[in-house]
Write a new protein. Sequence first.
Length: 333
Amino acid sequence: MTDHVLITGAAGFIGSHLTRRLLDRGWRVTALDNFNDYYDPSLKRSNVALFDREAADGRYRLVEGDIRDEALVEDLFSGHHDTDWGSFDGVVHLAARAGVRPSLQQPILYEEVNCIGTLRLLEAARRHGPELFVFGSSSSVYGINEKVPFAEDDPADLPISPYATTKRVGELLCFNYHHLYGLKTPSLRFFTVYGPRQRPEMAIHKFTDLLARGEEIPLFGQGDSQRDYTYIDDIVDGIVAAYDLAPGFEIFNLGGAETTRLSDLVRWLADELAVEPRIQYLPEQPGDVPITYADVSKAERLLGYAPKVPIREGIRRFVAWYRDQYESVPGPA
């Protein structure tokens, strides 16, 4: 079967990797992105340039626009935007205003994009189809969860940042539209995704860049916080498996199923770059959680999900990619 899939946020890190996987399946992709300035838009432009060949073949099209734009969303889902492309067989909704700390400074913007934007897409899917709507959520919805690892049936009603709150709202909206209108709306809780083309402000990319430049690493707290880092290929495996299963409504953790201390992460990156890290210790940040750790047994049981790339291997792959981008970066000792 050859599907036509709408991917929102398709020019970003996860979206561009998912686009490649679906195109390699022989599917058609409509990529929707507004190229906002949360980070350098030229990086997203370089991501979509990877699909020039498929665009020329008529299997990929880029639509520049905002998920809050009601008229644009209506035109896309109704087929009026480009009648030659027809309707969608499924949606993977990844577009969002990202980041915990920035959401504390711009909570209204996060509410508008992540909640109203998601609602506009769900409304359009209700009116025009498709019935399959895969939602990209976040491990941040668990808040300060004292039980580890985090399981999908753990309470998620006390998120501690506006970003986390908007992602939980997105999950609840997906449940609404499944319950009321029969849409298939699996929600996927991503745990700290990394890999080639990762957003530059995220820890692994940011620390690699600082280490390669010989600059100080800012560590909030004492570097004791722990994260479940998940390699991009494993995340894409989970997204595709959820799309193929198309459950009515389910929440799935997609994580690496292991935790890494922040101080260890810096040391391993420094080892791979063959540099000596310089650390600047800073106070803990509001909105940050002390640990994330995914119980992936449900995803394993229902999706066949099994993370394949452990953190040390993932770091090696990331640094190799980074070195390819910046040829002056030294290799390992």
